[in-house]
Design a protein around this ligand. Sequence first.
Ligand code: M6R
Length: 631
Amino acid sequence: MCGIVGYVAPQPPSARTQEVLLDGLGRLEYRGYDSAGIALVTPNGLQVRKEAGKLENLRAMLQADPTDGATAGIGHTRWATHGGPSASNAHPHRAGRIAVVHNGIIENFRSLRAEVENAGRTLLSDTDTEVAAHILDMDYSKRLEDALAADPNVDPARVLVESMRVVTKRLDGAFALLAVTADAPSTIVAARRSSPLVIGLGEGENFLGSDVAAFVSFTTKAAEVGDDEIVLLRPESIEVTNASGEQVEPKTWEVSWDASAAVKGGFDTFMEKEIHDQPAAVADTLLGRVDERGELTLDEMRIDPSVLRSVDKIIVVACGTASYAGHVAKYAIEHWCRIPVEIELAHEFRYRDPIVSEKTLTVAISQSGETMDTIQAIRHAREQGSKVLAIVNTYGSTIAREADAVLYTHAGPEVAVASTKAFLAQITACYLLGLYLAQLRGNKWADEVADYLDNLGAMPARISELLETQEEAIFELGRQYADQESFLFLGRHVGYPVALEGALKLKELAYVHAEGFAAGELKHGPIALVEEGLPVFVIVPTPRRPMLHDKVISNIQEIRARGARTICIAEEGDTAVEPFADSIIRVPATPTLMMPLLTVVPLQIFACALAKAKGLDVDQPRNLAKSVTVE
Ligand code: M6R
């Protein structure tokens, strides 16, 4: 998840172009901040400035090395996916006559990279974007040469549009691509597929952005760009065409948010925005993981396959929410790979002399990659000879650097202290790891892995459906329970870690007593807590697994008989639960192992709703830090 901005200005070239780009990048920094850069179309040609680190580093560079006035420009703030955070991997990428910024992942970049290198071009970065820039420039330079030979007055902007159309048809994956060339001074050519891109309509000037935050301080009139559409942006006009070159009339709307609300996508809080980012977080984490033969490939998996084949135990080390992602991984990996999986809270791990050997694979899960407890745990595991695989959201973080291999989640920056989208991305990455090991070790046939991947691919749409249909009702529940001081959460099988996460969310956001239990554990003690009116959330397994489902229904009956008010998270069409539920939150039908990607979402929303109903700070709850960098 990166932020992109584009601006086309009226003549004459001016410093405003750079100012607009920097303003937009500042508002997009919540989308990524490991490097930033701009490319300007000036009378002296394309000028590119880019720098690692936050936007302030780019600003300092521009002070030391100023640019000329410009008529068009593109800018980018990055959250690394391909290639680490560095100045060379920062965008824009220049290739021949053009410069490009990109948000997304180009899945077939390996074969395209070979094509670029075979053409004798030198790549200066590790990014998929630079490869795309060269492919675009190779097509454009040739097409322009031919066009000029036929008609010396040809409009280079239209040639670039044609190249963009032809080249984007060759790209697999997700992209929002903006390109500029000094051949067409007041022009940006853009395209998108499955990555966000919107147009900002100004008076004698126009804008592009990953979202309206990029330009909302200059214009509130916005226009949509559809999948596989090409935009020709000029100060006085906008032309949008589809993949076949036919004109499209873009849908326009008036942005009603002010600049600060726009950064939160119009939501009240970052947490709500991040809950809504979850379909994209899961989709992006899945992107680029299947190769051209349809096999699951984890590029970052730099642990020798022979070592992975000999692994006889996996230990997951993590803290808080990340450790619950590990719990979910246990159910999936043990089932798919028949390897025992242990979950260790990172801070307990090294103090209890754990049994770790060269045959143990340690999996560290962390959003920030900077949690000190987890860092110490992986150091200890490596000292014992274990290989460490990190599942991390933050490129180049300490855990990513110290691990033997990294599987990145592509959730983008998480601003709210309470983890939401990072959790779903971590679970998704754990599934990918499990399926990869199952494929490598021969536990699952290729078609079985493909089936699971298909199901995973359907999850973003199911999460969106759940948000669309249930969110309002859950907010209403939050208001109803605003005065309640205690809640329980029950789950069985993969519903158990979801119950733990639901309770953690509620504690950290609403400051109430909340406990999660394995449903079967209830009669071994916790049932004594149940009294008249106590709200209990129950994660109900699918009725397609009667063994699990029927037992949880019995648990619900047990607590109801003692006065509990039950709020059941149940699959659509599960009528058996209805007589025993005071409230039901429905989730779309999904294979059992993947249910946590859905069932946790209502619990996140409920915690947020309760905190809001109590007037609490949702994004920065008391006493907590986003990243716990001390032991
Ligand atoms: O950055 P990490 O994923 O390593 O952080 C681990 C926990 O501190 C974190 O998940 C914490 O529990 C969250 N605040 C939960 O919402």
